[in-house]
Design a binder for this molecule. Sequence first.
Ligand SMILES: *Cc1c(COP(=O)(O)O)cnc(C)c1O
Length: 399
Amino acid sequence: MSDASNASHARPPRATYLPFSPPSIGPEEIAEVADTLRSDWITTGPKTKAFEQRFGAYVGAPGGTALMLNSCTAGLHLALATLGIGPGDEVIVPTLTFAATANVVEHVGARPVMADVSPDTLCLDPASAAAVVTSATKAIMPVHYAGHPADLGAVDRLAEQHGLHVIEDAAHALPTRYAGALVGGRSNFAAFSFYATKNLTTAEGGALTGAPELLERSRVLGLHGMSRDAWKRFDRHGSWEYDVIAPGFKYNMTDIQASLGMHQLQRLEGFHERRRAVARRYTAAFAAVDALEPPTERAGASSSWHLYVLRLRPERLRMARNAFIEAMAERNIGTSVHYRPVHMMSYYAEKYGLAPDAYPVAKDAFERMVSLPLHPRLSDDDVDDVIGTVLDLVATHAA
Ligand SMILES: *Cc1c(COP(=O)(O)O)cnc(C)c1O
């Protein structure tokens, strides 16, 4: 066992609260935002364009560029709308995800059909997905849960067999590698989130990648369905004229957000190194503890380590998950749960008549999971505090 576990005996509680996932904003981001605010253009403009190109180049997006948006939810919604998915259609989503993955399917009037997740990665279980394919299925939305890549090989085979579109919910997947390649480089749609708690943040924001022709259609749909965007209309060579070719949405990113994103992207590799190092220390400390099930990385997969989702083993611990979370909070350590499965949310449970044990792997994982603090601002002492506190609780409440 590690030094940290030795240090854990009779560990004094932290003097200050350790937040679960605070943002890492540096002086470069602040200076860039101030520069934008002092300029003549604060909404979608040159900085958003530059961020789109740098992000697209980084993930290897087809066509070399991404589409910047005001959220990942907007990106997922736009992907469905661009593909013409609507009433009468079904879209397969893993039930263990943030509700937005299913909500956007409702937004286009289609039916989200839940599938269970694999017990090791907690990503979409391809066999469970295959079992719910019908003649109405139009798309499948794998989620790279906690930053671990979904089984894209199996998803592709299923999609080819049944003629389905693939839309990756890549909210956690920066930077995530599947078979050596970064998520975001494939020709299907992938939607990233830059929400305040995500691996790269613009406070609120998101990016969509995908085949260039489709992405251009999404760009138009994401800005009122206008044939040319405002930045082009208002620059010196611009013209007031535009047409509306579809009843589009208002999903554009601002240059204030892009100011944050450009510098966050430059720091991303450093952030990722720290996340991975913290995850390794957690796993080294927990791997040999009977009451704990640390997350794993499959061969050939590289996680972004967005979340560190620890599962408790109730047969080894006389302390339920909620009590565990309360005890961590009492000891000044913030944690969270990702997620109550979508089929257990009242809207979906009632509308589609879904019982809690309809998806047993997701339900079991949900009941035993706790997400530990995982972010680049954690010091080695913070990590020791988390490890020491978890080991203390486990030792005190061992079954
Ligand atoms: C955060 C998140 C989203 C939504 O991202 P926003 O940018 O807040 O719209 C979607 N799916 C998953 C899995 C997420 O974690």
